[in-house]
Ligand binder design. Structure first.
Ligand code: GRF
Length: 219
């Protein structure tokens, strides 16, 4: 059983999607801890309500970023995760913490990376006149939203979309993407290595794509 630690700063809908898939028997994994920089966030409330181990450490209690990272990631290490899923964790993670968990950390990001790393992805896709938008799951490396891509899901941009409607339509597809991607990791078909990802033993050169049937396939 894949042991997953989830890092989140917000409402926690991706965490809930993972927890639901596990409860429904669709994902052979176990959430061994939920970690946050925001003690009052929805993800932590959900974790506590579910009886999942939850640790939230506010950065202001620490003199500097490295000290906060060290405290939070020591708590993560204590639950011995096979995989760390960043699901809306809104802090930049320092290199020391990333090294400790090299090739064991993924992030879900609401854009078709390499387009739009960082914030306000929906508004930026609209401002650029993109006809397609989407979400990506990638390995976490020190550069922001830039590690090797594992998987993506695409949605069409509609003529009257605004950032809110686009975000709302993308979110359920993002959840399906994360669940399917973690599923392939849990069954050993998708494997992370320092600097690259392998699918069924082959180095992945372009991300797997999520179909309407919620399955991931190669390009
Ligand atoms: C998601 O869109 C995620 O991709 C982004 O922040 C949002 C988090 O949503 N980075 P939630 O907290 O999982 O509901």
């Amino acid at each position: 059983m894949l042991r997953i630690a989830v890092l989140a700063s917000g409402r926690g809908s991706n965490l809930q999607a993972l927890a639901t898939a596990i409860a429904d028997g669709h994902l052979p994994a176990r959430i061994v801890g939920v970690f946050s920089d925001k003690p009052a966030c929805g993800a932590i409330a959900f974790a506590r309500a579910q009886g999942l181990p939850a640790v939230a450490l506010a950065p202001r209690a620490y003199p500097e970023r490295a000290a906060h990272d060290e405290a939070l990631f020591s708590a993560v290490a204590a639950v011995q995760p096979d995989l760390i899923v960043c699901a809306g964790y809104m802090r930049i993670i320092g290199a020391a913490a990333l090294e400790r968990f090299e090739a064991r950390m993924i992030n879900v990001h609401p854009s078709l990376l390499p387009r739009y790393p960082g914030l306000d992805t929906h508004a930026r896709a609209l401002a650029a006149g993109d006809r397609e938008h989407g979400a990506s799951v990638h390995a976490v490396i020190p550069a922001l939203d830039a590690g090797p891509l594992l998987s993506q899901v695409r949605i069409d941009v509609r003529p009257h979309d605004d950032a809110a409607s686009l975000a709302q339509r993308l979110l359920p597809r993002e959840h399906a993407l994360l669940v399917a991607t973690v599923g392939l990791i849990a069954t050993g078909r998708l494997r992370l290595f320092p600097g690259h990802v392998e699918h069924d033993g082959q180095r992945l050169s372009s991300p797997l794509m999520l179909g309407a049937d919620d399955r991931l396939t190669g390009a």
